[in-house]
Design a protein around this ligand. Structure first.
Ligand code: DX5
Ligand code: ZN
Length: 220
């Protein structure tokens, strides 16, 4: 089985002990963390923002973030994420009138740029922007909440995006987010994912390090 990256989503972490929760994830060998920003406008939930990332950084926790912005209009909040330990910022095409321009703004900030595809978002939105992308995030749930069920019809979409990436000859990461558990992770990797984002399956378990190891073993 090919190599893949497991990226824990702290949406389901215990926010009362966020620093310690992140340290446990680092101990398990994951050094990239998915950070879900929700605005109660584009999605019906309200989560966290850049001040939390800055606080983690200022307290010396050495970790990088995979920021998933579910906020509209997105351009207005992008600059708040400047100069942070961020590897990728991923946005939804529905949150900007000028997708190409927003992707360029992210890259000018020095971050990798990603586009997230909701279950109903057609792949045609990738036409003409593929060249600029570092990551494509295939949503296997409708965004807004952790702990939802993986929509199995999304396997077809993952395979389709894999083919598009292969044809592009670009090193774009294919990430999958939502409803991933120990039972479906191997099939998701087999369908073509490079990255899996996992929230509740890790943070609702009693031993994160052990659970992350189980995920890795499930894909062997
Ligand atoms: C959903 C978020 C996900 C979420 C995944 O809108 O984008 O990143 O945290 O959580 P689980 O793994 O519980 O579906
Ligand atoms: Zn997410």
């Amino acid at each position: 089985m090919k190599n893949f990256l497991l990226v824990p989503s702290i949406l389901s972490a215990n926010f009362c002990n966020l620093g310690q929760e992140i340290q446990l994830i680092l101990q398990a060998g994951c050094d990239l963390i998915h950070f879900d920003v929700m605005d109660n406008h584009y999605v019906p939930n309200f989560t966290m923002g850049p001040m939390i990332l800055r606080s983690i950084q200022d307290n010396g926790i050495q970790v990088f973030f995979d920021v998933h912005l579910m906020a509209s209009p997105v351009d207005a909040i992008l600059s708040l994420f400047s100069n942070l330990n961020i590897k990728f910022i991923t946005i939804h095409p529905e949150t900007t009138n000028h997708l190409d321009k927003t992707i360029r703004l992210i890259k000018q900030m020095g971050y990798g740029a990603g586009v997230a595809l909701n279950p109903s978002t057609p792949l045609t939105c990738l036409d003409y922007i593929m060249e600029e992308l570092d990551l494509i995030l295939v949503m296997a749930v409708n965004p807004g909440f952790g702990g939802q069920c993986f929509l199995t019809h999304i396997f077809k979409k993952i395979r389709h995006v894999r083919r598009l990436i292969n044809q592009s000859n670009k090193s774009i990461l294919l990430s999958v987010d939502g409803g991933i558990n120990i039972f479906n992770v191997a099939d998701i990797i087999k369908a073509g994912a490079d990255v899996v984002v996992v929230g509740s399956s890790i943070f609702k378990s009693s031993d994160y390090v052990h659970t992350i190891q189980n995920f890795k073993n499930a894909v062997l």
